[in-house]
Design a protein around this ligand. Structure first.
Ligand code: F6R
Length: 243
């Protein structure tokens, strides 16, 4: 795993430039996308670069990592809705090429989501955030390292972290559908964005502990093409910054 400690703006610029370059080389590139706060700056830069005519998303294919169970696409707390607002409605992407796990028809989704991804050629570029407990996508501590798309019960710590997007913690769904750890490792290139002090402990553990189900992100150590992007706050508990 490569570590880069940069400012938030530098992180968003570097990742969005990589994605623009990828799409300009491969117009039907397959992007693996995350929700939450971490990737929003990247999406904003992609929207700007699209507006500046540096890239077109016309043939781009996307697969999101996860969705809350029980929320329909038009629910303003759903991840589908989030992606529409943060990226899709601002660029020329064909919505037929957009995939977000289905929080309602979960069984059908579990049967088809990953096979469709494989048919589309697999993820070329995967963006991840990390939970304060080390989760990636909604793979909570304890998730088997060889997991594929599945339903999870969200930990209280995750529901608490995500309560800021809801009116109260009681409204945060208790379950989610998520790509598994094995599914994420199938991506050809993976970048993880960690910003803020509340990610510092998870990042320290990621670099100092071995692979363990207690820290789902540690599965990334198996992958040959991963960059962990941290701002100074997220890197603040590492012994040496800028390795
Ligand atoms: C969301 C996802 C989650 C988040 C993580 C960090 O699609 O996969 O793993 O990346 O919970 O969330 P933020 O970025 O809001 O701190």
């Amino acid at each position: 795993m490569e570590l880069k400690v940069l400012t938030k703006d530098e992180i968003y610029e570097e990742i969005s430039e990589d994605i623009v370059k990828l799409i300009n080389e491969k117009h039907n590139a397959v992007l693996g996308l995350a929700t939450g706060s971490s990737p929003v700056g990247v999406y904003q830069k992609l929207i700007e670069k699209y507006a500046d005519k540096k890239v077109s998303f016309k043939d781009v294919i996307t697969y999101n990592l996860d969705e809350y169970v029980g929320l329909t696409k038009d629910n303003d707390q759903s991840y589908y809705y989030f992606m529409m607002n943060q990226l899709f409605k601002h660029v020329d992407i064909n919505l037929a090429n957009v995939h977000v796990p289905d929080g309602i028809e979960t069984e059908k989704c579990i049967e088809t989501y990953e096979s469709n991804m494989v048919k589309d050629g697999g993820i070329d570029y995967q963006i991840l955030g990390i939970g304060s407990n080390g989760h990636i996508a909604f793979n909570e501590p304890g998730t088997p390292l060889d997991s594929h798309i599945h339903i999870v019960t969200l930990k209280d710590s995750t529901r608490k972290d995500n309560a800021r997007f809801f009116a109260s913690i009681d409204e945060v769904p208790t379950h989610a559908i998520t790509m598994g750890l094995k599914s994420i490792l199938a991506g050809k290139r993976i970048v993880l964005i960690a910003t803020g002090k509340n990610k510092a402990l998870a990042i320290k553990r990621l670099f100092e502990e071995g692979e363990t189900t207690d820290l789902p992100a540690s599965v990334l150590k198996e992958h040959p093409n991963v960059t962990i992007y941290c701002d100074e706050d997220a890197a603040s508990l590492l012994e040496k910054v800028g390795a």
